[in-house]
Write a protein that binds this ligand. Structure first.
Ligand code: NAP
Length: 250
């Protein structure tokens, strides 16, 4: 692909998205750092990138809403021109608990952010980037979880089911646009050191599960970022429709 490359990452104010934004900027991408609420965190990511000589802007939007995603893409294009790469990273875990205790509103929100947001963003991206629509092509990476395989019983079955849906979307979209210059892949994260575990209601989860992993530790967001940036790159030019585990041996 010809330069300049423009990467939009959803949920990039903290955690895996923030690490991916910093890593991609070092590769020369212009980066749109999307987030939903934490202005300070997203601002810090942008400041780091600019201090290192890169280009980035922070764009607040709730990507679970289709209208907000349309507006987000318009602001991204105004900032850096056509979006050439997309990472669907924004995700929420809901609350840890058994299925029979699950609040229906949490179930809906889990699918809205982990699944519907990826559809909204991919639609906006493909409409502009597909060669079918006069675009120059590009790449998408969806951020999934090993929970899609384990089902996360007793804890996060709703979240695991959402990530399984995301992986079906990943495979189907990849096939749909395979001849249109767009590759679509996913990473399936294992246990990664971010705020998401506290948000799920159990910050101690990280320590409890870390030693059960084959590598006997949790992963760092930067380790996931490496895999995402590689899948986005032309080095992965014959890879589409795959899910790459980044999970320390799980
Ligand atoms: P995190 O540290 O909790 O960060 C989540 C980010 O997503 C934040 O920047 C947040 O914005 C943003 N966000 C949440 N809802 C949003 C929305 N509706 N619109 C736009 N942005 C939104 O999470 P993380 O652990 O890095 O997770 C990133 C991805 O990895 C998620 O898809 C998650 O499911 C997946 N994953 C994580 C793990 C793990 O162990 N950490 C394991 C498997 C999969 P604010 O900063 O503004 O709140």
């Amino acid at each position: 692909m010809s330069s300049p490359r423009h990467l939009l990452i959803t949920g990039a104010g903290r955690g895996i998205g923030a690490a991916t934004a910093r890593r991609a900027a070092r590769e020369g991408y212009r980066v749109c750092v999307n987030y939903v609420a934490n202005d300070a965190a997203a601002g810090a990511v942008v400041a780091d990138i600019r201090a290192a000589g890169g280009e980035a802007v922070a764009l607040r939007a709730d990507v679970s809403r289709a209208d907000a995603v349309q507006d987000l893409f318009e602001r991204a294009v105004a900032a850096f021109g056509p979006v050439t790469h997309l990472v669907n990273n924004a995700g929420v875990p809901g609350r840890i608990g058994r299925v029979e205790a699950l609040d229906p509103a949490v179930l809906v929100r889990t699918f809205e952010v982990n699944v519907f947001a990826a559809f909204h963003c991919a639609q906006a991206f493909v409409r502009r980037a597909s060669t079918r629509h006069g675009g120059v092509g590009g790449a998408i990476v969806n951020v999934s979880s090993m929970a899609s395989r384990t089902g996360s019983p007793g804890e996060l079955v709703h979240y695991a089911a959402a990530k399984a849906a995301l992986e079906a979307f990943n495979y189907g979209l990849a096939s749909e646009v395979a001849t249109e210059g767009i590759r679509v892949n996913a990473v399936a994260c294992g246990l990664i050191e971010t705020d998401i575990h506290a948000e799920a209601g159990d910050a101690a989860r990280l320590q409890r599960y870390a030693t059960r992993m084959p590598m006997q530790r949790a992963g760092r967001p930067e380790e996931v970022a490496e895999a995402i940036v590689w899948l986005l790159s032309d080095a992965a030019s014959y890879i589409t429709g795959t899910v790459l585990p980044v999970a320390g041996g799980r």
